[in-house]
Design a protein around this ligand. Structure first.
Ligand SMILES: Cc1cc2nc3c(=O)[nH]c(=O)nc-3n(C[C@H](O)[C@H](O)[C@H](O)COP(=O)(O)OP(=O)(O)OC[C@H]3O[C@@H](n4cnc5c(N)ncnc54)[C@H](O)[C@@H]3O)c2cc1C
Ligand code: SF4
Ligand code: SF4
Length: 423
């Protein structure tokens, strides 16, 4: 591989201690099939040395790696202890979770390891307000209540943001259900990007804003899966010169509740088109809801309605390890669970989030959240799955081993937590 050739060439150079190189990220995450295609490593690299491979949609080295270690340190499947980006909640800002639903690693000697995020992580995380929301004018193609699109349009109309990082349908007519990251700068572009795409887009790589017509100090809202928001939150909390990527421009983060995402080819092409002979041109909606994958045609006929576990082989393997269904690092979390059909569950987690909802209020219908317990139940299931996957993947007898326990115990408030990688 290209990056290992570079490594060979650099073998005679004395290496300062404590460096972690891109090829270690490649070995521990990308080549190990654990990458969840968030784009954090691309965005954080100060020398713009990491790009996106167009064929695989995975990060690749495009220039010399300087060994600055940041791609490893901020990667949600590498050195980032993402629970550290979850703001602490208080009894007033958290919805309690029953003790029996808390999942802890079965290691009594390791009091700090708790995949809920430790003490502050129980319940729904920091929640200032919880609502069911729908768009006052629902955009075509919205997934649930169209709350996200309406919020972004309201913020653009109010002049509160200059653009929004969203996911639009691919321009390639052969891939209409493939989501592609883009910065929408008009309400029309936001509406055209409504709906959920069940593939990861390397979204944070799109924060190189140089190809967009934006003011010199742009204000960008980002919509993304919780792992993307984790990377972003870490980069904003612990500032680091990030090369071409304008992490500093992000003024609002919206996390889509998420238990798993998929590989586009495996889900849409292999599972739906080939195996189930779905005519993708007639499809008007794909939804993952109540544990099922549902594919609907424009005439209302249901093309597929099967348990989501039937599609597990098409899911990203790195999603198994993820314990952040609720997007706890975000300013606002949104999802379908917890509200009736046609509404979006919306958790306001920060003052930035509260202000955004206020500014866009005229575009939104808002009422109380129907069923917060439904969110807690799915979160507990998600964390259980994550604990099982971590125990499976980090068997010390395996081909590589990341000592998560040491990683957590040595955690001192810095995201540059020590992680031991053994090949
Ligand atoms: C992979 C994935 C898994 C999800 N899993 C769950 C779940 O298990 N439970 C649950 O309650 N909700 C889940 N959601 C969230 C849910 O599908 C809706 O996105 C959410 O309820 C908002 O609906 P809305 O009608 O308000 O948004 P809309 O107004 O339709 O806007 C959705 C916004 O999200 C953006 N977007 C769509 N796909 C992506 C993507 N892949 N990456 C980044 N941005 C994207 C769109 O561009 C648009 O701006 C998931 C979403 C995704 C993408
Ligand atoms: S998980 Fe994200 S940060 Fe880690 S290698 Fe993949 S794209 Fe990069
Ligand atoms: S399950 Fe977790 S890792 Fe996978 S896409 Fe969703 S937030 Fe990211």
């Amino acid at each position: 591989m290209k990056q290992y050739e570079l490594r060979e060439q650099m073998n005679s150079i004395t290496e300062p201690p404590g460096k972690t190189w891109f090829w270690e990220l490649a070995a521990g995450v990308i080549d190990a099939d654990r990458c969840i295609q968030c784009g954090t490593c691309v965005a954080v690299c100060p020398s713009n040395s990491i790009g996106v491979n167009e064929e695989t949609n995975l990060p690749e080295l495009i220039k010399m790696c300087t060994g600055c270690s940041q791609c490893w340190s901020y990667c949600p499947r590498g050195g980032l202890r993402y629970e550290a980006t979850w703001p602490p909640s208080t009894p007033e800002t958290d919805v309690p979770i029953p003790e029996e639903n808390l999942v802890t690693r079965p290691d009594p000697g390791d009091a700090y390891w708790k995949i809920t995020g430790g003490d502050p992580g129980a319940g729904l995380g920091r929640v200032l307000e919880a609502y069911a929301v729908r768009a006052a004018r629902r955009p075509d193609g919205a997934q649930d209540g169209g709350a996200v699109s309406a919020l972004l349009c309201g913020l653009l109309d109010a002049g509160a943001i200059d653009g929004a990082l969203v996911s639009k349908p691919s321009d390639d007519p052969n891939e209409p259900w493939k989501g592609v990251a883009t910065i929408a700068t008009t309400a029309a572009e936001v509406r055209a990007a409504a709906g959920s795409f069940y593939n990861q887009t390397m979204a944070l790589a799109e924060l190189d804003l140089s190809t967009y017509a934006l003011p010199p100090k742009p204000r960008i809202a980002t919509v993304g899966t919780p792992c993307e928001v984790q990377g972003l939150a870490a980069m904003q909390l612990r500032k680091w010169p990030t090369g071409a990527h304008r992490v500093d421009a992000v003024v609002l983060t919206v996390a889509l509740l998420c238990t798993k995402s998929f590989d586009y080819e495996k889900l849409i092409v292999d599972e739906l088109e080939r195996r189930r002979v779905v005519d993708m041109e007639r499809v008007s909606k794909i939804d993952v809801i109540r544990g099922r994958l549902i594919v609907e045609y424009a005439d209302g006929a249901i093309a597929v309605d099967e348990p989501i576990k039937e599609f597990h082989g098409a899911a990203l393997k790195g999603c198994d390890e993820c314990a952040d269904f609720l997007g706890r690092s975000a300013d606002i979390s949104v999802g379908s669970v917890g509200s009736s059909d046609g509404w979006t569950s919306l958790l306001v987690r920060s003052d930035r989030g509260r202000e955004a909802v206020e500014r866009a209020r005229g575009s939104l219908d808002i009422r109380h959240l129907d069923d917060p317990q439904a969110l807690l139940r799915l979160d507990a299931f998600d964390r259980r799955t994550a604990v099982e996957a971590l125990e499976r993947n980090f068997d010390p007898d395996g081909s590589f081993f990341i000592d998560f326990a040491s990683h957590v115990k040595n955690y001192t408030g810095s995201y540059r937590a020590p992680v031991f990688l053994r090949h």
